[in-house]
Ligand binder design. Structure first.
Ligand SMILES: C[S@@+](CC[C@H](N)C(=O)[O-])C[C@H]1O[C@@H](n2cnc3c(N)ncnc32)[C@H](O)[C@@H]1O
Length: 223
């Protein structure tokens, strides 16, 4: 709860329930408990409800093929990596990277590191063994609560991911990247249109309607 003091200063009060839980975390818990995707993900053994976002994106654009090589940027806790592993099968290859250490996933190569660190990116490139078919980025920094700051931070990650995609994708490859609606995503869209045959914005049904999040899907890379 926000309150303006007589002095004009702003005070944020974190209300607690009787059991000491903050109202905001209570709200988060209620939303989780009522979210059908959370239940579906748990039942299917996916590590996150986000897995359904990639399933829905791929259902529409069909780029995760058997035998494909996929890089998953911002992979933790691993829902997208699990989906990618299922789709590419035993002949495919999935490499995930995240700031957070992930529990191993059979068949995936998981790297713990900061994608904004050039040394980490070089290390990631060194394990790719040639060009890749798909670059995915679901990277997002923790929300600051200030929408413009969040937007700029996520767009900076999206731009880094695009530079990486340009360096590593094969001709005809696919790039999928999370963005937040808020203005500058149009600049990225313009840039992507120069390098891909088809570029679209897509909000999968699993992406919460009250979230500004959406995905740019870029198909048919032209090196
Ligand atoms: C929305 S979560 C990804 C969820 C994941 N796609 C899944 O299905 O489980 C965003 C992730 O981006 C990661 N991330 C943010 N900034 C990063 C960076 N600079 N380098 C690597 N990972 C980053 C966060 O640690 C976080 O785990």
């Amino acid at each position: 709860m926000d309150k303006t003091l007589k002095s004009g200063r702003h005070l944020t009060i974190h209300l607690k329930t009787t059991r000491g839980r903050r109202i905001s975390s209570q709200r988060w818990l209620t939303r989780q408990l009522n979210d059908p995707y959370v239940h579906k993900a748990k039942k299917a053994g996916y590590r996150s409800r986000a897995a359904y976002k990639l399933i829905e994106i791929d259902d529409k654009f069909k780029f995760l093929k058997q035998g494909a090589k996929v890089v998953d940027l911002g992979a933790a806790p691993g829902g997208w990596t699990q989906v990618a592993l299922e789709k590419v099968g035993p002949k495919g290859k999935v490499i995930g990277i995240d700031l957070t250490l992930m529990e191993p996933l059979q068949g995936a190569l998981l790297i713990c590191g900061d994608f904004c660190d050039p040394k980490v990116v070089e290390n990631l490139k060194s394990v790719l063994e040639g060009e890749v078919d798909v670059v995915l980025s679901d990277m997002a920094a923790p929300s600051t609560g200030h929408s413009q700051t969040d937007h700029l931070r996520i767009m900076a990650l999206a731009e880094e991911a695009f530079v990486f995609a340009q360096d590593t994708l094969r001709a005809g490859g696919t790039f999928v990247v999370k963005v937040l609606q808020g203005g500058t995503e149009k600049d990225l869209l313009g840039l992507l249109k120069k390098h891909f045959a088809k570029v679209v914005h897509f909000k999968p049904p699993a992406s919460r309607s009250d979230s500004a999040e959406m995905y740019v899907v870029a198909l048919g890379f032209r090196p």
